[in-house]
Structures are given as C-alpha cells and as structure tokens.
Ligand binder design. Structure first.
Ligand code: ATP
Ligand code: SF4
Length: 323
C-alpha cells in the first residue's frame, strides 16, 4: 500500500457556543490513498462538512480544532503557518463547494478568477494562465467563449463546472467535493459526476466526495466512510459495504435510499432522528435507533473492529471476517 496522500488521526473539532462546546468531529481517524475516491456519507449534521473544512483549515468561527492531527503527503497541516498553508491550498488540496456561488466572486468574470488563482497560488505567468484557463474550460465542457461571463450569467450546472475547473487548475493531489451537485437537477448531476470521474481517472488525483445521496456515492466511490453523530461508524470498499455492511447504521442507510437499480425494495427510513451533538447518548450513539442494540450498547463505547484489511466497523457486534 503506498503512503496515504491524506492521513487524519483522532481529529476533534468543537463549535464553541454560549451553552458550551459542541463536538462535531469526534476522534475521527481516516486515510485517503493517492488516486482513490473516498465517499463520506451520513445524515445531515453528522459532521461531514466540518471534517472537510478542518482538513483545509477553513473552518469558520466558532469552530476550533481541539485535537488530533492531519497530514498531507507527510506534512503536518495543523502545525503549518498561514504562508505554508497557502501553498497547499489549490496546489495540493482544493475544494468544490455545494454552491459554486460560495467560491466565485460575483463581480469578476470567471476568466479573471481562474487567472487570479493560477497566478497568485501557482505562480503562473498571465500568458500561461490564459492558455491553461481555455484548456480547463475545454476539460470541464464549457464553451471557451463563456470565459468572459460573470457567474450570474451562467447556469447552475456551468457554475459548478467553473468551480471544478478552479479546483483542478493547479493539478492538486486531492480534491474535496462537498455536495458538488446537490443543487442541480438529476441529469446535470449525473453528467457532471461522470465527467469528474473521467478527469480523476485521467489525471490521477484523489477525491473526498461528500453527499447525502448514498446510491450515487456507492456508484462513484472506491471506498466509503459512514459517519454517525460526529463519529466514524464504518469504512470500507464501496462494493463490500453495499453487499455486506458491517454496521447496523450503514444497513439502515442503505435501506433508506431509493436504489438506482429498478425492481429494488421500497426504501424504508431509519426510525427516529440523529441525536443533538450537544447531548449525545452514552455508549454507542446509535443505540436509541439500532434494531439490534444490546444492553451494553447503552453504556460501553463500541470498539473499531477490523472486519477485513480495508473494512472497519465500530460496533459491539462486528466480527472479523473468516478468511
Ligand atoms: P449537512 O449534510 O447538513 O451539510 P454535515 O454532516 O456536513 O451536515 P456539519 O455541517 O459538519 O454536518 O455540522 C455538524 C454539526 O456541527 C451539526 O450537527 C451542529 O451540531 C454543529 N454545528 C455546525 N455549525 C455550527 C455552529 N455554527 N454553531 C454550533 N454548532 C454548529
Ligand atoms: Fe447497534 Fe450496539 Fe452496534 Fe451500536 S454497538 S450499532 S447499538 S449493535
């Protein structure tokens, strides 16, 4: 196994509120291998975006990283000064947000923004950056003549494509996609995800892909990490997780989404709702909703069980797979 491009260990992130800290990422440990697509799944509020923002150190206040480490290609991101971090953002790790409007400047043309990113963060000359901007537009299937448009003159799908072009501009090793197609209609979403996957296979960057849509995630990702109430519940190969999930929450999630395959069973939602992170339940946080909970689940924190070499489930009932 090559060295991971990203290594997150025991990461904790707290939102410091008037009523005390709310832990939104709780002792999360995860690796991303070079060139792989890691999907991050979990219900709303489980900490997925907070994790992504912590990795890039773009957490808005009142969030603080309160423990753990994040290494990118062996460099300790949490110990880095702002100057060194600037060199990692865009060139090493880039991000595509849910709405490209969040990352695009409404008063500049998209070409100006691409040129800005490439000259300021990548040190490219304006001439080289201009040629590269046209190449990038071609790569993400936007007619080159739209380079002179302002963001509001483009459709939602085109704006997301511009966000992707920006993220790929300096050939990063890791691209974080935080719900990149949630706001788009299903056809445009499928088209854009297919294009991203083709680019990923051609250019070889790794991806962290965050989405609510588990069916799409399983189709798109090599591995999937499932979060529940700020903690990692399960991580494993997408195909394995789909055919033999090791955690009751993953099983529930799989059953609660309409499948992309015709003729599959009707979706059934998991009873109850996720706990407030202000007062999470003790023991296993999933126990109030778990159909197979045992008495110990209410008081004992479950262990991380290695089901196989690349498959871990955090559950009292998980067992290593007989080889
Ligand atoms: P979604 O899928 O809806 O985007 P998510 O899994 O990405 O959700 P986060 O946005 O990371 O979840 O939020 C995780 C938790 O952090 C929330 O449940 C909430 O308790 C807490 N949180 C987020 N923002 C704040 C804030 N500004 N102040 C206090 N707590 C916050
Ligand atoms: Fe269910 Fe217990 Fe496993 Fe938690 S530890 S998922 S409550 S069986």
């Amino acid at each position: 196994m090559p060295d991971p491009v990203l290594s997150v260990k025991n990461l904790c992130v707290d939102y410091i509120t008037g009523q005390g800290p709310v832990r939104a990422v709780d002792h999360v440990t995860l690796d991303v291998q070079p060139g792989e697509i890691l999907g991050v799944a979990g219900e709303s509020g489980s900490g997925k975006s907070t994790l992504a923002q912590a990795v890039l150190r773009i957490l808005p206040p009142p969030a603080v990283i309160s423990g753990g480490s994040v290494h990118f290609k062996g460099q300790d991101l949490l110990a880095m000064g702002e100057e060194a971090l600037r060199a990692v953002r865009w060139r090493g790790i880039s991000m595509v947000f849910q709405s490209a409007m969040d990352s695009l400047n409404p008063v500049l043309t998209v070409e100006e923004q691409l040129l800005d990113t490439m000259t300021a963060h990548g040190g490219l000359s304006p001439e080289v950056a201009r040629t590269r901007a046209a190449e990038l537009f071609d790569m993400v299937n936007i007619p080159v003549e739209r380079l002179g448009s302002h963001p509001h003159q483009l459709s939602g799908g085109m704006r997301q494509r511009v966000g992707i072009a920006l993220a790929l501009a300096l050939e990063p090793s890791l691209v974080i996609l935080d719900e990149p197609t949630t706001a788009l209609d299903v056809m445009v979403e499928a088209e854009i995800l297919t294009e991203i996957k083709e680019l990923q296979q051609r250019l070889g960057f790794a991806v962290i892909f965050i989405t609510h849509d588990l069916a799409r995630m399983l189709q798109f990702s090599d591995r999937v990490a499932v979060f529940y109430a700020a903690r990692l519940a399960e991580v494993g190969d997408a195909a394995r997780l789909q055919s033999a999930p090791g955690h009751p929450y993953t099983r529930g999630l799989l059953g609660s989404f309409p499948s992309l395959h015709p003729g599959s069973e009707e979706p059934k939602s998991i009873p109850g709702s996720p706990p407030s992170l202000r007062t999470p339940p003790g023991g296993c946080r999933f126990h109030p909703r778990c159909p197979v909970a045992e008495p110990r689940c209410q008081t004992e924190t479950p262990p991380a069980v290695s089901i196989s070499s690349r498959h871990v489930a955090v559950c009292h009932l998980a067992t290593p797979r007989a080889s």
